[in-house]
Design a binder for this molecule. Sequence first.
Ligand SMILES: Cc1cc2nc3c(=O)[nH]c(=O)nc-3n(C[C@H](O)[C@H](O)[C@H](O)COP(=O)(O)OP(=O)(O)OC[C@H]3O[C@@H](n4cnc5c(N)ncnc54)[C@H](O)[C@@H]3O)c2cc1C
Length: 267
Amino acid sequence: MLLREVDYAKPSSVADALSILAAHGGARALAGGQTLLNVMKARVASPDVLVDLNGIDELRGIELAPDGTLSIGAMTTCTEICESAEARARPILAEVCGQIADVQVRNRGTIGGNICSNDPTNHLPPLLTAIGARMRIQGANGEREVEAADFFLGVYVTAVGQGELLTKIVVPPGRHDGFAAVTLGVDGTCIANAAASVNGSLRVALGCVDAVPVVVSPSSGDDDAVRAAVRGVGLEPPSDVHASGEYRAHLAEVLAVRAVRRATEGS
Ligand SMILES: Cc1cc2nc3c(=O)[nH]c(=O)nc-3n(C[C@H](O)[C@H](O)[C@H](O)COP(=O)(O)OP(=O)(O)OC[C@H]3O[C@@H](n4cnc5c(N)ncnc54)[C@H](O)[C@@H]3O)c2cc1C
């Protein structure tokens, strides 16, 4: 289906992008376009103005601070994360970005677009939740930082409000992380996934079982403790053509155990 007619702007600074977004209630940020253009073609979204972020250099790139903290620009693509020397400070980032879809999607799709779309089957929302990332959001009233656990609000809904932009993802230092997924075919969409991090305390985030990543905090990394913690949150995952809710709940336990085992290997 052809796109509905839409105005287009390509600002070169965050300030200019914010002023265009503020001036047009129906304006929408365009990152890699991998989700947005598809939903526009399906007429599920009909923005009046596309504000293309691809000309804004300050939204790109990965910085590594001396203490190991990573600041990742929202417009950094999955491929750039996979190829970045700095991102190796938190190896799970490249490991998981390299599992997303195919080369074309990874070359165009950005970390910001992945989490702003908050498709519950995406890889990065549970991962960034488990590793305690913080999202930097800029708007007319200045800048604020939101914990990943408070960032995802619902299917396709995040803490980024109308007229605001996600500018950076701040990832704290750490190495003991794990990720496990069951997908539709090799590198396909996740049926269920789990991310775990044992830097300090143990934290697990489950994907595909609710509108937002579900956080569980097992009392230990022992398999039985992890299974008990997942059972304890009373998951009621959706059923669809790919899997029943019951099967997804089962996978959540299995994948949480796998993710924790990977996170604890060598820790
Ligand atoms: C065939 C296919 C298979 C895929 N499979 C997977 C998969 O298995 N796992 C997975 O994790 N992902 C998958 N994806 C999603 C993909 O990885 C991208 O993350 C996703 O499509 C959005 O990224 P984008 O940069 O293209 O964002 P866009 O499509 O341009 O934008 C998505 C949304 O985010 C908003 N947005 C983008 N950037 C910002 C910003 N900085 N501030 C505020 N709002 C912003 C846009 O306004 C829009 O609402 C798949 C995509 C395709 C097309």
